[in-house]
Design a protein around this ligand. Structure first.
Ligand SMILES: NC(=O)c1ccc[n+]([C@@H]2O[C@H](COP(=O)([O-])OP(=O)(O)OC[C@H]3O[C@@H](n4cnc5c(N)ncnc54)[C@H](OP(=O)(O)O)[C@@H]3O)[C@@H](O)[C@H]2O)c1
Length: 267
């Protein structure tokens, strides 16, 4: 594992918490040079100090919702170590509200953060990858990027959109030696549900039981690194559990999934 990532420059968004944080620790231990991004600089600093080689970690705070700023942030990121080998698109938020209760503004906000920011960053970085005829986009989608269950329409729509965009990109750039790996995590134990956007202004504000029982983030990071190293087109990340069965049902017996999905609405 160490050889594949040794001296590689990896830019991770959403690196201040959860999956991105765990990935930062695992990649640093494997010898990678890191650029860590999210909004909260003190949290990024904490993650940097937790890395095996803090001297090989640069911090680049950014707000993914501020898409106008992302072209300049990409130029800054490339300058950090003189190039980028792997871009991990990972920052984002989830959502919990029924369609009937969800303001259109929430749908737009989720698309802007969980979809358009990834597109803008990718388009900004792509010329760099094409020029050096190498690069790897790693995209944290979700099981919700493949299936639909209640309470997640805005989130699932943004995650489904990622598959359309990045599958097309892969078909365009494979000849340039550029790889695209889309991750479809199930439940991973992180803070994601605390900040879930709801029909109320300030989000869910409490942990979800499913997330609390999810795969620990450090184990998710190991699965992700295996998928990156293997150059997988798409990789499930998580426990062998209901989410994985949901993916199979969606492919083989979608009507069964639709019938059981309403039972998944949290009380
Ligand atoms: N946990 C799960 O069960 C699960 C399952 C499937 C998919 N995922 C996906 O995994 C990714 C990481 O989530 P996580 O579970 O690790 O959750 P998390 O612990 O809440 O981490 C989310 C990260 O996104 C960053 N972020 C949020 N809004 C941002 C913004 N406007 N600009 C820049 N950064 C922003 C946060 O940093 P700041 O607050 O510092 O900005 C944080 O670093 C997400 O794309 C999520 O959809 C998670």
């Amino acid at each position: 594992m160490a050889n594949h990532f040794n001296n590689k420059v990896v830019w991770i968004t959403g690196a201040s918490s959860g999956i991105g944080e765990a990935l930062a620790y695992a990649l640093s231990a494997a010898g990678a040079k890191l650029i860590l991004s999210s909004r909260r600089l003190p949290e990024l600093e904490r993650v940097k100090q937790g890395c095996s080689v803090p001297g090989q970690v640069q911090l680049l705070p950014l707000d993914l919702s501020d898409t106008d700023s992302l072209q300049d942030k990409t130029i800054e990121a490339i300058k950090c170590f003189g190039g980028i080998d792997i871009m991990v698109h990972n920052g984002g938020v989830t959502q919990r509200s029924l369609v009937i209760d969800t303001e259109i503004e929430v749908h737009r906000r989720l698309m802007e953060l969980d979809y358009f920011s990834y597109v803008v960053l990718t388009k900004a970085l792509l010329p760099h990858f094409i020029e050096k005829r190498a690069g790897h986009f790693v995209v944290t989608s979700s099981v919700m990027g493949k299936i639909g269950t209640p309470m997640r329409s805005a989130y699932a729509a943004a995650k489904h959109a990622l598959h359309g965009f990045f599958d097309c990109l892969r078909a365009e750039v494979t000849a340039d030696n550029i790889k695209v790996t889309i991750l479809t995590p199930g439940y991973i134990r992180t803070n994601i549900s605390l900040y879930a956007v709801t029909n109320k202004p300030y989000g869910l504000g409490k942990p979800s039981e499913n997330i609390e029982n999810g795969l620990p983030a450090d184990r998710a990071a190991k699965q992700i690194m295996k998928a990156i190293k293997g150059g997988k087109f798409e990789a499930y990340v998580g426990k062998f559990s209901s989410e994985r069965i949901g993916l199979w049902l969606n492919r083989l017996l979608p009507s069964v999934l639709t019938r059981i999905a309403p039972r998944l609405v949290p009380k």
